[in-house]
Ligand binder design. Structure first.
Ligand code: SAH
Ligand code: SF4
Length: 380
């Protein structure tokens, strides 16, 4: 039997594993606390754990973290880590400190099979799902590395957003135990309101999440009508907007917040006109409790898309606000280290030919291409 990675378990899973070893539940709780609250890397460190259990664990269990390939620190304090997940794949996590919170943006897959037009990960295609251990290990690593660096035993990370590489709800079975570890009082003790799953709209899995582990939900909308959303977020062909909104409404009955966040990536000349704003208002006003989060598009070389200028974003936001829809514009963080939304690219051994597919199917909606010589990267 090969050794199991204890980072793969939520507390229930660890309790079941300990039971197989003939150990009581409170031993599992102790072990779980050593791992997640104290960041232990070695069973010998776990001083209040019975010697007999420590020696039982040797050989049957490991604590295998992720291997760091690189770390980049932005001028605004954002940190991006690139982790090796084997066989030529690498994933990224981003730490975003702010005055009143510190957020970790976590990846769920090596690549992504949804293939959104405006997303760098989407352009890279899909290699594989991460394991629970690989999802949890991103938080474990960031939390305990930063505590050591800052010389504190206080909690550092207050919020987690599943907004790194990958579509979390297409890796549901691995995701849920990782979320449970984040929420567990013996783990990271984060409140449900401070853990956000962001999804491009995998309707049946939103329904399951509602029952299994209702955390805050962000839905990547990006378009106010089906033809445009079909182009930008191909999953829309399977789960069109009306169905998605029905499911979001249902989710609210279990959600830890009384609204759903809709993310809307502002693409110059594609989805940012006053008509789009009006359609969006028609779609949601009085129909669902939501907040709109406008994300200035973060360009990357192959996208062929441009960021809407600030005046456009502000005008769009004003129209929504005037209609009574709470709207925020996401601050772009860490873009000097390519750590902003949609720029996480890691390294993906694509098994889906995404790049070719996207080149063969040019977007039918009107897209203004960058003028020659214009920089793709934004500068703030
Ligand atoms: N797959 C999930 C979560 C990861 S993407 C999802 O799509 O929701 C996290 C957020 O970044 C999503 O709202 C996504 O639409 C947005 N995003 C992707 N590419 C982007 C880009 N180039 N610029 C700005 N936001 C982007
Ligand atoms: Fe996948 Fe989300 Fe990127 Fe779309 S935006 S390709 S769902 S990671």
């Amino acid at each position: 039997m090969s050794a199991v990675n204890l980072l793969d378990f939520d507390l229930e899973g660890l309790a079941a594993f300990c039971e197989q070893l003939g150990e009581k539940r409170f031993r599992a709780t102790q072990l779980f606390r050593w791992i997640h609250q104290k960041g232990a890397t070695d069973f010998e460190q776990m001083s209040d754990l019975a010697k007999s259990l420590r020696s039982k664990l040797q050989g049957v269990a490991t604590l295998t973290p992720l291997t760091v390939i690189s770390e980049h620190v932005s001028s605004d304090g954002t940190i991006k880590w690139l982790f090796d997940v084997g066989q030529g794949n690498a994933i990224e996590s981003v730490y975003i400190p702010e005055d009143d919170r510190a957020t970790l943006c976590v990846s769920s897959q090596a690549g992504c099979a949804v293939g959104c037009r405006f997303c760098s990960t989407g352009h890279q295609g899909f290699s594989r799902n991460l394991t629970t251990g690989e999802i949890t290990a991103q938080l474990w690593f960031a939390e305990h590395t930063l505590r050591k660096r800052l010389g504190t035993s206080d909690r550092i990370i207050s919020n987690v957003v599943m907004m790194g590489m990958g579509e979390p709800l297409q890796n549901y079975n691995a995701l849920v135990p990782a979320l449970k570890t984040m929420l567990d009082d013996h783990g990271y003790g984060l409140s449900r309101r401070r853990v956000t799953v962001s999804t491009s709209g995998v309707v049946p899995m939103i329904e399951r999440l509602m029952a299994d582990c209702p955390v805050a939900l962000a839905v990547s909308l990006h378009a106010p009508n089906d033809p445009l959303r079909d182009e930008l977020v191909p999953l829309n062909k399977k789960y069109p907007i009306a169905e998605l909104l029905d499911t979001c409404r249902a989710y609210l009955s279990a959600a830890p917040r009384d609204f759903i966040t809709f993310e809307y990536c502002m693409l110059d000349g594609v989805n940012d006109t006053p008509e789009h704003a009006q359609q969006l208002i028609q779609l949601v006003k009085g129909k669902i409790n939501c907040k709109l989060n406008l994300i200035p598009f973060n360009p990357f070389p192959q996208s062929g898309l441009r960021r809407s200028d600030l005046a456009r974003v502000q005008q769009f936001g004003r129209e929504l606000q005037d209609a009574g829809i709470v709207t925020t514009v996401r601050k772009t963080r860490g873009d000097d280290i390519d750590a902003a939304c949609g720029q996480l690219a890691g390294e993906v051994q694509d098994r889906t030919n995404a790049r070719d597919r996207m080149l063969r199917q040019p977007v039918a909606v009107k897209i203004s291409l960058p003028k020659p010589g214009e920089r793709h990267r934004s500068g703030h």
